[in-house]
Design a protein around this ligand. Structure first.
Ligand SMILES: C[S@@+](CC[C@H](N)C(=O)[O-])C[C@H]1O[C@@H](n2cnc3c(N)ncnc32)[C@H](O)[C@@H]1O
Length: 414
């Protein structure tokens, strides 16, 4: 059954409740979708798995419903955010640190404490993206954060720091890609990094308090960096141990769709992540396959043939992505128990004006693994920050609309 249902749009809903307010992330899932799916399909679930957990929306919602959650993501920033959003903290201890950090910033800003001997990190292009004062203030904040002994609290501060990095950088606001602001604006740009950090910390503390009140149970989330395209570690997720998979996978490779790695690069660099510039290549579709692979989906085959007629290079790109996607679904399928449920929230993008029916391809891949299709709900995307128009033919000015809808594909294991 496939149907459109506008009540899944959640047009005027607050999508930033609980810890969902913590950090922006590209193509975030709306918490209300995860919540409603868990209500409908997860009432007796004990374990949820999200193989592309991103900033952890489904994990937060699972924990609120007393479901243990396991997430994996190859982007270190995503893992940090997801971990912080699902980790309760002793509020009294947190308050002590918040007060201490506030004193630290006051003393530095009013020159009570000396700041001449600060070490500014070195990474490629740091001067391109940050002016001298931003580099200095961010380094001072980072020194403070690195000295926090308790991991939970350090992660809480790092998550706020990551947003502070982005807002103190010379990047255009409201863009997920890294685009530098024009020269005349760069000269005048004097970010108040300490002020930004303090306001993120205080907002996040409120979100954490609400999360802890709503959760009030013993469930937890564990977040990893394994790649389901290759395998699922059985010591982490034994076969047939998962009740529900709830996820929103990428809908294409990072280069031609959403660049998760690029969005996260500056924060990852400030946090000392090696290879921060290469994350996008490690994500699904990041490697181009040259061998012929057997993909058991007529719908995908038809789509690839159509794209091939227009542009064989684009066909190879799309095919490589779907080879990864198929392998991931084959591996994820094994983790589900009998009658276990998968909910994949996907987008059907357009390449060379040809629509790629990712919802049907997802259904095909799960059917091949012994799942029955239960339903596909079509919703409008009112709040997701994504291009609703792009230039798929790469002809300047020639726009075609894409991604106005999202498809929630639900299947059950036989
Ligand atoms: C649409 S986002 C998920 C957003 C998430 N639902 C949220 O609300 O924040 C897709 C995620 O898949 C991750 N990803 C891409 N390829 C992956 C892979 N092979 N294994 C694990 N994660 C991957 C990306 O880093 C990105 O965070």
């Amino acid at each position: 059954m496939k149907y459109k249902d506008n009540s899944w749009d959640f047009r005027n809903s607050d999508t930033k409740e609980l810890t969902h307010c913590f950090h922006a992330y590209p193509a975030m899932m709306i918490p209300q979708i995860a919540r409603r799916l868990l209500k409908k399909y997860g009432s007796s679930a004990k374990t949820l798995f999200d193989p592309y957990c991103g900033s952890g929306t489904s994990l937060v919602e699972a924990n609120v419903k007393n479901i243990n959650a396991i997430g994996t993501d190859l982007n270190p920033l995503a893992r940090l955010i997801a971990k912080t959003k699902t980790t309760p903290i002793d509020i009294q201890t947190l308050d002590l640190y918040l007060k201490d950090f506030s004193d630290y910033s006051f003393n530095l800003l009013f020159n009570i404490q000396k700041s001449d001997s600060i070490v500014i990190p070195h990474f490629s292009n740091i001067d391109f993206w940050f002016n001298a004062s931003a580099k200095k203030y961010l380094s001072l904040i980072k020194i403070y954060v690195d000295n926090i002994k308790q991991l939970k609290i350090r992660n809480f501060f790092l998550t706020a720091f990551s947003e502070t990095v982005r807002e103190s950088s010379l990047t255009k606001k409201g863009e997920f890609k890294l685009i530098r602001i024009p020269e005349q604006k760069r000269e005048k740009f004097k970010p108040d990094s300490f002020g930004i950090m303090l306001s993120k910390l205080s907002r996040n503390k409120e979100g954490l308090l609400d999360f802890m009140k709503s959760k009030n149970n013993g469930s937890n989330s564990n977040i990893y960096d394994f790649n389901t395209v290759n395998f699922v570690p059985k010591d982490i997720i034994p076969d047939e141990s998962v009740d529900i998979v709830l996820t929103s996978p990428p809908y294409g490779d990072s280069r031609t769709t959403v660049a998760y790695g690029q969005y996260s690069r500056l924060a990852n660099q400030w946090m000392g992540i090696k290879d921060a510039s290469n994350i996008d290549k490690s994500l699904m579709g990041g490697v181009r396959y040259t061998n012929n692979y057997f993909i058991n989906s007529e719908h995908l085959q038809e789509t690839l043939d159509k794209i091939d007629k227009e542009d064989s290079k684009r066909r190879a790109e799309v095919e490589s992505f779907f080879i990864d996607y198929k392998n991931s679904i084959d591996n994820v399928s094994k983790t589900l128990r009998k009658k276990g449920i998968v909910c994949y929230v996907v987008g059907n993008r357009t390449v060379k004006n040809i629509n790629i029916p990712m919802d049907i391809i997802t259904q095909d891949f799960f059917n091949n693994n012994g799942f029955n299709h239960l339903e596909t709900i079509i919703r409008n995307i009112p709040n997701k920050r994504m291009p609703s128009q792009n230039s798929p033919s790469n002809i300047p000015g020639k726009k075609s609309s894409t991604m106005k809808n999202e498809f929630i594909v639900v299947c059950e294991k036989n």
